[in-house]
Ligand binder design. Structure first.
Ligand code: 4NP
Length: 157
């Protein structure tokens, strides 16, 4: 299988999608699956910025350093570069569809739609919440990451 290229997308690219990127890098590494991964925001509010300190801290509590990640905005080109683009909530999916050039290769889905039993559930924004919200975000993105690794392993079997 050619190395799958996966992009995680949220609104700001400082809370959910950097954690999804980190969780998926980690899950793929643990499974011995080679992947290329990035994350982006549909908005340009935090381009060039490091993740939210609460996201950095949450990742750090799992032994993962995301302090070097930098925010960027989703572009039409991403639909040609990536095989999969995962949004976190329905608003993300609507924003992603607006950027979709229509002739790319990326398959798009809401992340929890690939987690058995979680289909249709949005991965809500922890930005206005406290540390507990970031812990919940981690558990959700980890479930998504592990489900995706399982899908990639199945597809390669
Ligand atoms: P994210 O969270 O989409 O998970 O990165 C947000 C971060 C920043 C803002 C909104 C959501 N903001 O409005 O700046």
């Amino acid at each position: 299988m050619p190395t799958p290229r996966v992009l995680f997308v949220c609104l700001g690219n400082i809370c959910r999608s950097p954690l999804a990127e980190a969780a998926f890098r980690d899950a793929a590494k643990n499974a011995g699956v080679e992947v290329e991964v990035d994350s982006a925001g549909t908005a340009d509010y935090h381009v060039g910025e490091a993740p939210d300190p609460r996201s950095i801290e949450e990742a750090q509590s799992h032994g993962i350093d995301i302090s070097g990640y930098r925010g960027r905005q989703l572009t039409a080109r991403d639909f040609h570069e990536f095989d999969f683009i995962f949004g976190m909530d329905r608003q993300n999916m609507a924003n992603i569809a607006r950027v979709d050039p229509g002739d790319g290769k990326a398959k798009t889905a809401m992340l929890l739609d690939i987690v058995p039993g979680q289909e249709g559930r949005e991965l809500s924004d922890p930005w206005y919440g406290g540390e507990d919200n970031f812990k919940a975000t981690w558990l959700d993105v980890k479930a998504g990451a592990e489900a995706l690794v399982a899908i990639l392993i199945d597809a390669d079997a």
